[in-house]
Ligand binder design. Structure first.
Ligand SMILES: Nc1ncnc2c1ncn2[C@@H]1O[C@H](COP(=O)(O)OP(=O)(O)OP(=O)(O)O)[C@@H](O)[C@H]1O
Ligand SMILES: [Mg+2]
Length: 310
């Protein structure tokens, strides 16, 4: 029992293309079934979630309802900053004057970590009773579909770094609140997505070390995605290997079975290596045969994700 769906933040990260968006949505669907008002936040201009629900043309930064209890947003640092500044200034015209000025924009674009800070700050804001934008309601759970590991960690580090540099003022105060939230084991949970291969496993173990070093937090769970089924028993494999049928088709079939079995063997050994190396709960998702996963496929995977992280 990791209780990840009971927290306010579920941060999903991992190497590029391993299934982060798929797992983030699957986890969110599980949270919705558990009655939690949930939002999946995509970052870095991604908008894959609305498309899975057949929605297109959604503006960046808009909180879009997809189903009962489920929303999504693609966090737009510029809009987030506008909301933040407007909360501080309490004047809409003044905010617009400031945030839409070229000098201000140039300053924000050049300030190291500014985009990361407002991005993770927005994820935090989504879960606050008093939102930066007063008309918006808070969420019970924010699932962040984070960028690949290195950038994901940068998002997590920035509030602390920024707070230490700025020290005083509303930005620093807010940054420290976010940093504290990220370190709070009752509020924030960390989930890595991996594949059962040499490099992704190595990177997941490295990610766990980095998370501990930079945030003082462990990974709570790892979902190993696209795991092949163990279709043949050892006895069946021996039987196939011993066949002495020389017809080309029989040879080809023998080869297919042997190479599939080898891939399964490698995956299982990487899975064991991961389980030995991490303190996190490890769950798996099966490889689904489809050109690209649709919402129905992700719904089906969601029950498996729930078993690992609920
Ligand atoms: N278990 C699975 N079986 C088969 N295909 C899968 C599985 N999980 C994900 N995919 C497919 O793999 C591709 C990548 O998945 P996804 O977009 O979730 O990865 P990602 O880590 O978010 O990628 P990126 O780093 O580009 O954001 C998608 O086409 C998705 O449909
Ligand atoms: Mg993605």
């Amino acid at each position: 029992m990791t209780g990840l769906l009971d927290r306010e933040l579920l941060f999903v990260t991992g190497k590029g293309g391993v299934g982060k968006t798929t797992v983030a949505l699957a986890a969110a669907l599980a949270a919705v079934r558990a009655g939690r008002r949930t939002i999946v936040a995509e970052v870095g201009g991604q908008q894959r979630i609305p498309r899975l629900f057949g929605r297109t043309g959604v503006p960046l930064g808009a909180e879009l309802q997809l189903a009962d209890g489920l929303w999504t947003v693609s966090i737009d640092p510029a809009l987030s900053l506008e909301h933040f500044v407007s909360k501080q200034l309490r004047s809409r015209p003044l905010t617009q004057l400031l945030t839409r000025s070229n000098v201000f924009r140039a300053f924000v674009d050049a300030a190291p970590g500014a985009h990361e800070l407002v991005t993770i700050g927005t994820a935090w804001d989504l879960a606050q009773t008093r939102r930066w934008h007063r008309d918006l309601a808070p969420f019970d759970l924010v699932v962040v579909d984070a960028p690949a590991s290195g950038h994901g960690i940068a998002l997590l580090r920035t509030p602390r770094t920024f707070g230490d540099i700025a020290r005083v003022g509303p930005m620093a105060q807010e940054a420290y609140k976010v940093a504290e939230w990220l370190r709070d084991g009752h509020r924030a949970g960390y989930l890595a997505v991996a594949l059962a291969q040499e490099m992704p496993v190595a990177e997941t173990l490295e990610l766990e070390r980095t998370l501990r070093r930079s945030l003082g937090r462990p990974l709570d769970a790892v979902i190993v995605n696209a795991v092949l089924p163990r279709r043949f028993t050892a006895a069946q494999l021996r039987e196939v290997a011993a066949l002495t049928d020389d017809r080309p088709r029989a040879r080809a079939a023998q080869h297919v079975v042997a190479s599939f079995a080898e891939r399964v063997r490698v995956q299982q050994s990487q899975l064991s290596r991961l389980r030995r190396g991490t303190g996190a709960v490890v769950g798996t998702l099966p490889f689904v045969i489809a050109p690209a996963l649709e919402l129905d496929d992700i719904e089906a995977l969601s029950a498996r994700v729930q078993l690992t992280i609920a």
